[in-house]
Design a protein around this ligand. Structure first.
Ligand code: KDG
Ligand code: MG
Length: 405
């Protein structure tokens, strides 16, 4: 099965997605997700200008060799642009192999370890009572784990909250330049434990709770937070500190038993190696879309499994249904799967462009047994929604200092 064409689409059915389509001489094609939020066009150029010419005429079944060829062959190792581009190709090749075999990708990985995929939802709010109302709604919808984010009194635009926007999609399609948001660590640290205290008082111990710090703290500040949250038994505390310096997490570990999760910005196993080897984390959150696809993430999953670290793949709206499907196949296969982040299937426009193999019920996702990844992409519909420049926000302290967002 020879590769005859590599097509790259960038569309905005409410938010931007980069989609790869690999065509073959056998008439089969495969689809991959290469969406890198806020830097989409760099990936498009990488795929069109640097990858496509190398793949025409190659055997589409050679997934591992193609991955190594694109990884080692670039000479310049790793990095989000390279690894997201490789991810788009890799997913499309797994999709193709599945279609050629007449099997879903999870069968090619080794079959299933479970029948359903447990997810966590998001409860956001401008106030504690609004956040807890949303938590109550999700519990009624069957969620057994929920991430709580709440606006910090005195800080506009706190991470994870929507302000005047109705949902993430509206928020993300209206950022022609990076919006700036204020940050104040003291206000944040004084407020967050109260949110979790109230949540436990109102909803008891059964619902599992999570929180995303979005890398805003120093190791010792994060240690204080992790320690103060101990009584509320989080499933995990996400991204308490940036992880370029992997030893940051060792410090938090020395102070607290709150489980830690990190990895959504990672693009290879090397970003996670020390964290995993030293058991500085409990969940690895790396996404197939940003870390070399199914082949790249599978290496991380297996390595994490050796250290009793479980997976919690990043599941934001800026990963396309193809990326979410790739996670579902990995989640249903991997013995050390932990939990999947899930924020819904997107709006009406997305539904006309993509169909996907997933269904939500009672706090879980169910994956059907369509061959390959099980996603379809409607090119004609996608053409109606051209790319819109859009950025993630940045944070600044009151005095103007640029901070981690
Ligand atoms: O593109 C960045 C977003 O996906 C990220 O801010 C979302 O932190 C996030 C999460 O945990 O879903
Ligand atoms: Mg996060």
């Amino acid at each position: 099965m020879k590769i005859t064409n590599v097509k790259v689409f960038v569309n905005c059915p409410d938010r931007n997605f980069v989609t790869v389509k690999i065509e073959t001489d056998e008439g089969l094609f495969g689809l991959g997700d290469a969406t890198l939020n806020g830097r989409e066009l760099a990936v498009v150029a990488y795929l069109k200008e640097h990858i496509k010419p190398c793949l025409i005429g190659k055997d589409a079944h050679q997934i591992e060799d193609t991955w190594q060829y694109l990884y080692k062959g670039a000479y310049w190792r790793r990095g989000p642009i390279t690894m997201t581009s490789i991810a788009g190709i890799d997913m499309a090749l797994w999709d193709l192999k599945g279609k050629a075999a007449g099997m879903p990708v999870y069968q090619l990985l080794g079959g299933t370890s479970r029948s359903k995929i447990r997810v966590y939802g998001h409860a956001n709010g401008q106030t504690i009572s609004e956040t807890l109302e949303n938590l109550g709604r999700l519990i009624k919808e069957g969620y057994t784990a929920v991430r709580l984010q709440c606006a910090i009194p005195g800080l506009e635009g706190t991470y994870g909250t929507l302000g005047d926007k109705k949902d993430y999609l509206e928020m993300q399609s209206s950022r022609p330049l990076p919006p700036e948001q204020p940050w104040d660590t003291n206000k944040y640290l004084n407020f967050i434990p109260t949110l979790f205290k109230k949540a436990r008082e109102e909803y008891g111990e059964e619902i599992q709770l999570l929180h995303d710090v979005h890398s805003r703290l120093t190791p010792i500040e994060a240690s204080r937070l992790a320690k103060e949250l101990e009584p509320y038994h989080l499933l995990f505390l996400e991204d308490p500190v940036p992880a370029e310096n992997q030893s940051n997490y060792k410090i938090i570990r020395q102070h607290s038993t709150t489980p830690l999760a990190v990895g959504e910005v990672f693009n290879s196993i090397w970003d996670a190696k020390e964290l995993i080897e030293n058991h500085s984390i409990d969940y690895i959150r790396t996404a197939a879309t940003h870390a070399g696809g199914i082949t790249g993430l599978r290496k991380i999953i297996d390595f994490a499994g050796l250290h009793q670290i479980r997976t919690a793949p990043h599941g934001p709206p800026d990963i396309s249904p193809i990326g979410h499907a790739a996670h579902a196949h990995l989640n249903i296969w991997a013995n050390n799967f932990g939990i999947q982040e899930f924020v819904g299937f997107g709006g009406e426009k997305m539904a006309t462009v993509f169909t996907h193999p997933l269904a939500y019920a009672e706090g879980h996702l169910y994956l059907n047994d369509l061959p390959g990844l099980g996603v379809s992409f409607n090119e004609q519909e996608a053409e109606k929604y051209p790319y819109k420049r859009s950025y993630l926000p940045v944070s600044r302290l009151e005095d103007g200092t640029l901070w981690d967002w």
